[in-house]
Ligand binder design. Structure first.
Ligand code: KIV
Ligand code: NA
Length: 276
């Protein structure tokens, strides 16, 4: 498998082939995702909820994102990897934002970084892009500003708020983003953005797009705290975990495990010497 480039992703959009991607935070998952042929992997700041148990993404640090990106990169050397800039990594100043984007590239060998916001972060997108790095935008529902947005709720459901998102999309594109993610907006809004902009527009809870992303623990049926409307569960891995844990507990308590086949044998004749 050959790693996709920005040009491959653009060609896929131009030819109407949808890119499929999901989040990954750890080695095992990323390895299986690459093997399955996932087009891209996002080391999302959703790891704050999926891995660390925070109630949102705001507490997530650069170090946490970098360490998980390193693990995913080791597992999936041939997959396009998106490093998600956590809250605080690009709000303090443009220079600070560029330094953090550089760190994602140097330490974790990501293929691009993603950051949330439209008009208000356009100068940051421009500065990082001017530095020779690829930036994916992220507009609509932006979890890092869920406080300002009044919680995790769909955006752009009125004409005025939809227009603001369309303006955000143009600002992100003009600032130099090579693609963008649209989250939690009605498909009518997504369609206008896709019609007006030439770059790949990816979606999560945004209807049909040039590609889709999902949070891996959601599609696996592993994450228990809540399930957004836009999630489709493709399995019940939490159910599998429950079965495995219950069976293991039961067998150890009953003395069934470990069995004879799970122990190491002494070298022939040595046990007798020990007894002597
Ligand atoms: O962090 C994340 O998982 C995201 C999703 C919206 C894909 O940014
Ligand atoms: Na994110």
């Amino acid at each position: 498998k050959k790693k996709l480039t920005r040009f491959d992703l653009q060609t896929m959009k131009d030819e109407g082939r949808r890119a499929v991607w999901m989040t990954a935070y750890d080695y095992v998952t990323a390895q299986l995702a690459e093997e399955a042929g996932m087009d891209m992997l996002l080391v999302g700041d959703s790891l704050g909820m999926a891995v660390y148990g925070y109630s949102g993404t705001v507490p997530v640090t650069m170090d946490q994102c970098i360490y998980h990106c390193e693990a995913v990169r080791r597992a999936a050397p041939n997959t396009f990897i998106i490093g998600d800039m956590p809250f605080g990594a690009y709000q303090v100043g443009i220079e600070d934002a560029c330094r953090n984007a550089v760190r994602f590239h140097k330490q974790a060998a990501v293929d691009c970084v993603k950051l949330e916001g439209g008009v208000r972060v356009a100068p940051v997108i421009k500065a990082i892009s001017d530095g020779g790095m690829l930036v994916m935008g992220h507009i609509g529902l932006t979890p890092q500003s869920s406080g300002a947005q009044g919680g995790f709720r769909a955006q752009g459901r009125t004409a005025d708020s939809a227009q603001a998102i369309i303006d955000d999309a143009h600002a992100v594109y003009e600032a130099g983003a090579f693609s963008m993610l649209v989250e939690g907006v009605p498909p009518e809004v997504t369609k206008i953005i896709r019609d007006e902009l030439p770059i790949p527009i990816y979606g999560i809870g945004a209807g049909d797009c040039d590609g889709q992303v999902m949070i891996c623990s959601d599609i696996l049926g592993l994450f228990q705290a809540f399930t957004p409307k836009f999630v489709k569960r493709y399995g019940d891995v939490a159910g599998e975990y429950r079965k495995v844990f219950a069976a293991y507990i039961d067998e150890v308590r009953q003395g069934i495990f470990p069995g004879d086949e799970h122990v190491y044998k002494m070298v022939e004749g040595e046990a007798a010497k020990l007894a002597a």
